[in-house]
Write a new protein. Sequence first.
Length: 73
Amino acid sequence: MTDVVDSDELLRRIQRARACAVDEERTWRSRSEELGATDPQAARDATVRQMSYEAVLRVLDEIVTPGKHAEEG
């Protein structure tokens, strides 16, 4: 990426990335729940992906709102 962007554009990009991560986290959570009874290994894999997106969300939240998760830890 060689384009210079202003802070407003950077914030918009972070917000889009966060929205994408929210959608992915929900998708993998749902998959994990659906697969739990029929395919435990696939359910575990889906849970790992869900947890990865949760971590991404925490990082993006911390960038946009520093200290947001500090009181949760």
